[in-house]
Design a protein around this ligand. Structure first.
Ligand code: NOJ
Length: 538
């Protein structure tokens, strides 16, 4: 079963599985997932058929933002394990043909990071404060924030400090939570530190890094008010970023097996997006356009076309993503009146038709796994897990929820610990009787890995089969085939075809070719609504 890492271009068409360590598997029995848990389940990932795993941050962190508030970039949080264990995990993964991608968080640090503690203790204008964005406030006595920006998590992105004598002091910038002060990327020490962090993980065998908030690092040094429509934006997608990523690429390329840089870049302009993927910058970036599109043939076809057109000139492979730890789970989202994704539209109590959502999620799985490029699966997607929308409010931890004054449900609902086995919580996630850090629904018994394994109709077996066929039978190339407007139909090299019916009526299947896999039952030579099929032969 072991698939040896074979080629250095592996990232061009890999299936990459995202592990949210806190919620994958708990080896220590404290209710929080950890590296011991991942190590004990590596065979599951190898059997699933993925080529790499991207781990959300595992560093020491006060967990004000699920680990995206990093206190030490060169260690592992004791709740997750040790650095030595991370090294073992990387090595054991490789033995099974699974490469490791670590999550690098360069835009901000935790307020518990020693640099920030030193900056708070130092005086205004000190070198320590220069590593961040400290500014005096506006207003008569500095009581107003230095500019009018908005935090990505809602509210004001500035927090006022308190001087040693107890008087109100300068403000510091945090595009996310107050516990995540932004670094000053115009400072050479910030750049040098992150280059050293990259080497640290590459030297330990990490095959690449996922770069958090990669489009936000550079700020206009004047930190001006935001003027809608004025370019460049004071902190999104600024040209200075490209030079930073070129220096990272030189480091990645200096390894015998070049390391891979994967950007988290939310830039809607596809041409601007593709600039990050020029041959001397990042290798790939998440395709959020595809992720956010509603379930509709015209919308998805337009996204595929725009994606392929943007990537072709820079020679970078596309990526296909349906969900991750930040967005509503696919099975839930596709069962709603609005099947697109938008952070601003998230609300409690949105009606959902789960069986419909699951049927579409199965079809979407076959669609995304058949497209040219690499594909990301978020843990639990292969089990068809729904978003958990009735978590007790007092258990919610996400700053997106907390900073919204309780109106935004936040992202905890897609971060609930995985169900592995058994009929009741913790479903094998943790030893029996242990309470997971977020409660699991009482009705997940049929969704466990154990319950789905061997059931040919399960989501898990659909993913297993699809990943195997993708490796064995899906060639390069790509071309649309003639089809009804509500049907997506395309071919890849080797006679492989994928058809997805997003119309309101069943459609006739082509007379030629054998069915390799279908996301639902095919009856009478027809492809039912919200169903996808893979065919071979032309
Ligand atoms: C993007 C990450 O995916 C998200 O989880 C996090 O909250 C923000 N960046 C801030 O680090």
């Amino acid at each position: 079963m072991a698939q040896q890492p074979e080629h250095s271009d592996w990232w061009r068409d890999a299936a990459i599985y995202q592990v949210y360590p806190r919620s994958f598997a708990d080896g220590s029995g404290d209710g929080t997932g950890d590296l011991a848990g991942v190590r004990s389940r590596l065979h599951y990932l190898a059997e699933l058929g993925v080529q790499a795993v991207w781990f959300n941050p595992w560093y020491p962190s006060p967990m004000a933002d699920g680990g995206y508030d990093v206190a030490d970039y060169r260690d592992v949080d004791p709740a997750f394990g040790t650095l030595a264990e991370a090294e073992k995990l990387i090595a054991e993964g490789l033995e099974l043909g699974i490469r490791t991608i670590v999550d690098i968080v360069p835009n901000h640090v935790s307020d518990a990071h020693p640099w920030f503690a030193a900056a708070l203790a130092a005086a205004p204008g000190s070198p320590e404060r220069d590593l961040f964005h400290f500014r005096p406030g506006r207003g008569e006595s500095g009581e107003l924030p230095p500019n009018d920006w908005r935090s990505e998590f809602g509210g004001c992105p500035w927090t006022r400090t308190v001087n040693a004598d107890g008087s109100p002091g300068q403000w510091y910038l945090h595009l996310f939570a107050a516990q995540q002060p932004d670094l000053n990327w115009h400072h050479p020490q910030v750049r040098a530190e992150h280059e050293s962090i990259l080497r640290f993980w590459f030297d330990r065998g990490a095959a690449g890094v996922r770069i958090d908030s990669a489009g936000l690092l550079a700020k206009d040094p004047a930190l001006p008010d935001f003027t809608p429509g004025r370019e460049p934006h004071p902190y999104v997608d600024r040209d200075e970023l490209h030079e930073i990523y070129r220096s990272w690429r030189r480091i990645a390329d200096s390894y015998a097996e070049p390391r891979v840089l994967i950007g988290e870049i939310w830039v809607p302009d596809t041409e601007r997006f593709a600039r990050y993927l020029r041959p001397d910058e990042l290798h790939t970036a998440f395709n959020f356009d595809f992720l956010a599109r509603p379930w509709g043939a015209a919308e998805l076809r337009a996204s595929v076309d725009a994606t392929l057109a943007a990537h072709a000139p820079v020679g970078a492979p596309a990526t296909w993503v349906l969900c991750n730890h930040d967005v509503t789970r696919t099975a839930t989202r596709y069962g709603r009146a609005d099947t697109g994704f938008d952070f601003a539209a998230k609300a409690f109590g949105t009606p959902t038709d789960l069986p419909l959502g699951l049927r579409r999620a199965r079809a979407a799985a076959l669609l995304s796994l058949a497209l040219p490029g690499s594909v990301y699966l978020y843990q639990g997607e292969e089990l068809g897990l729904p978003e958990v929308e009735d978590l007790p409010l007092e258990r919610l931890q996400d700053p997106m929820h907390l900073r919204s004054g309780g109106t935004d449900p936040g992202r905890d609902g897609c971060r609930v610990p995985l169900p592995w086995s058994g009929a009741e919580p913790p479903y094998g996630f943790a030893p029996p009787g242990v309470e997971p850090w977020l409660p699991q629904p009482a009705d997940w018994a049929a969704l466990t890995v154990e319950a789905q394994s061997g059931d040919p109709d399960s989501m898990l077996e659909l993913y297993r089969a699809a990943l195997r066929i993708r490796r064995e039978a899906v060639g390069g190339g790509f071309g649309w085939l003639p089809a009804d407007p509500g049907v997506l139909a395309f071919r890849r090299a080797g006679g492989f075809r994928c058809l997805v019916n997003l119309s309101a009526e069943p459609v006739a299947l082509p007379a030629d070719g054998a069915v390799l896999l279908a996301s639902g039952p095919l009856t009478g030579g027809r492809l039912p609504v919200d169903t996808a099929v893979w065919l071979n032969g032309s």
